[in-house]
Design a protein around this ligand. Structure first.
Ligand code: FES
Length: 303
């Protein structure tokens, strides 16, 4: 008789012939959530198959339809539809009312952008050269006004290059390329966006010079790597966020511009993507703050 080990409940569950995971789980006294009554319509019974995926029978039509709508990876299965032929280890992510609320919203909204998905993306960090001096010299009201103008200008450029702003903090922007729609070369999109941002600073600086007798420059860092990307909902706002070491790496690369007196630095994996498309120059093998080892950094010549 196949067995399920539920990590969530720390329980071994024996499965009788013909039973689904949900049926076995409930027979064993587990409060396994199943809002739609086991009809493949709510996804609240979902389980992560941690081990033994090969022992799960293939998805039936109903499960396949919901899995497609929510972009489930193979390892997420509907307990109400899944039968097993050997031992599996599972985890139930839905354990309370808040989980149910989150998951029902995903089903309502589909497609599965809210689930974390692993993707190779171009990650761009930018900050403003001379921002600190500007922020120190003028009232907060002016700083906020100028930053809003800057964000609006740069957001338009990023969107035009098929990117999306994931986060802003002070004068810093984190943008992701390759997440909104499949792109042939998201690194090239990111580099082209930085080039356009630099051009947009010319009229922007005319405005700054006239109003404040100041000008901004831009510093940018790009890395290409695998991250977990998903949309996160706080109730008040939702955003596309990327999580993973590659994001920290891009941030460190951007910070290295100060050391090399450069405007756009990219990592070796990013450079591999744009070879032949842009002129690059190796600035060195750098140690990056907070990272071990040395990393090849390349300057992209923007003008
Ligand atoms: S109980 Fe609703 S999908 Fe399984």
């Amino acid at each position: 008789m196949p067995e399920i080990f539920s990590q969530t409940d720390n329980k071994i569950i024996r499965v009788s012939p013909g039973e689904t995971i949900l049926e076995a789980s409930r027979r064993a006294g587990v409060h396994h959530t199943h809002v739609c009554g086991g009809n493949a319509r709510c996804s609240t019974c979902r389980v992560y198959v941690m081990e033994g995926l090969e022992n799960c029978l293939p998805r039936n039509e109903k499960e396949q339809a919901l899995a497609q709508k929510l972009a489930f990876p193979d390892t997420i299965r509907l307990a109400c539809q899944t039968r097993i032929k050997g031992d599996v280890v599972i985890r139930r992510p839905v354990v309370d009312d808040l989980d149910i609320e989150i998951i029902l919203k995903q089903v309502e909204e589909g497609p599965g952008s809210k689930l974390g998905q692993e993707k190779d993306l171009a990650i761009l960090f930018t900050d403003i050269e001379h921002y600190t001096q500007f922020a120190e010299a003028f009232p907060a009201y002016d700083v906020v006004h100028v930053l809003n103008r800057y964000y609006q200008t740069m957001n338009e450029i990023i969107v035009n290059h098929k990117g999306v702003i994931s986060d802003v903090a002070g004068d810093g922007i984190l943008a992701l390329f390759g997440v909104v729609e499949p792109r042939e070369n998201p690194v090239w999109d990111a580099v082209s966006a930085v080039r356009a941002m630099k051009e947009a600073l010319i009229p922007f600086n005319r405005y700054l010079a006239q109003m404040y007798d100041r000008s901004f420059g831009i510093r940018a860092g790009i890395h290409f790597g695998g991250v977990i990307v998903g949309s996160f909902d706080t109730g008040m706002m939702s955003k596309i966020a990327a999580i993973g070491d590659a994001v920290n790496m891009a941030s460190r690369i951007e910070q290295a511009n100060k050391r090399y007196n450069t405007q756009l630095l990219i990592s070796q994996p990013a450079r591999d993507q744009i070879q032949g498309l842009a002129q690059t120059r190796k600035v060195g093998d750098a140690r990056l703050k907070g990272k071990s080892g040395e990393y090849g950094l390349y300057e992209v010549v923007l003008s």
